[in-house]
Design a protein around this ligand. Structure first.
Ligand code: PXL
Length: 257
């Protein structure tokens, strides 16, 4: 049977990020995808101009309706926007004893809009992180979540230690925002694993969503976190090569699949 995976995240109507791209990734990788919106964004290739949460009661009811009926093999979370939504997701994950939880700790859009309210950050760390198999911050997210400024590999190691102390089994810090080679580093296993890839020039829309969605599918298939991250990285690096602008912002490349 095809594996079933669920994304709980924000809506990006331009469909390069959020629940829309998650569903495309799930489909492309052969999983049965489901999606619960936790927030809406007004967005195009030029950026996010407004956000609004789905109420935590509607969010809970959507998740409850699914989990009481169709048991997913893995769940990923992305943009949750409010503290109430973070708490609602954590409650459902606990109630249904979801083991394969991938948390993409989305804090801001590339254009700078807050996709998680500042008041929700401590709940994300305290309520949701302990339930995760893997958390996948980029450098600015790892900095904001730990208070550590990351300029070197040693800074990254320290930040990862602090994030692991919050309870997830693994942390993948995505080094794309650092100078030099683009190296993503996976902490939490027996050894620290670094995945380096040739840096692709320019801006891409939804890279974090695509990577965490791919990791979610591979974890749903029963692969180890190490193997799931390795396979997802290879896949996303290939997809970056064919990314193109789809709107009027010629600097923002979207994944085409
Ligand atoms: O890539 C972060 C992200 C996640 N989810 C949604 C978004 C964005 C970026 O804009 O809109 C819904």
């Amino acid at each position: 049977m095809m594996k079933k995976v669920l994304s709980i995240a924000g809506s990006d109507p331009s469909s390069g990020a959020g629940i829309q791209v998650d569903l495309k990734v799930f489909q492309a990788l052969g999983a049965y995808g489901m999606a619960v919106p936790a927030a809406l964004t007004v967005q195009n290739s030029r950026g996010v101009s407004a956000v609004e949460p789905v109420s935590s009661s509607m969010l809970s009811k959507q998740i409850e309706a699914l989990l009481s009926d169709i048991v997913p093999d893995a769940i990923k979370t992305g943009m949750l926007l409010t503290k109430q939504n973070v708490i609602a997701v954590a409650a459902s994950v606990r109630k249904y004893k979801i083991r394969n939880l991938v948390i993409d700790p989305v804090l801001r859009s590339s254009s700078g809009k807050a996709l998680l309210e500042p008041a929700a950050v401590s709940s994300l760390k305290k309520e949701l992180f302990p339930l995760a198999r893997i958390v996948t911050p980029n450098i600015p997210e790892a900095e904001a979540l730990t208070g550590i400024t990351i300029k070197s590999e040693q800074d990254m190691d320290r930040a990862a230690g602090k994030l692991l102390d919050m309870g997830p089994a693994y942390v993948l810090i995505k080094g794309g925002h650092l100078k030099g080679a683009a190296v993503d580093t996976l902490y939490g296993g027996k050894t620290v694993l670094s995945f380096s890839t040739n840096r692709q020039k320019g801006e891409f829309h939804g890279t974090g969503c695509v990577l965490s969605a791919a990791i979610t599918v591979f974890i749903s298939q029963g692969l180890s976190v190490e193997k799931a991250v390795e396979k997802a990285k290879l896949r996303v690096d290939r997809m970056l090569k064919t990314a193109r602008p789809v709107g009027k912002n010629k600097n923002s490349r979207y994944f085409l699949f």
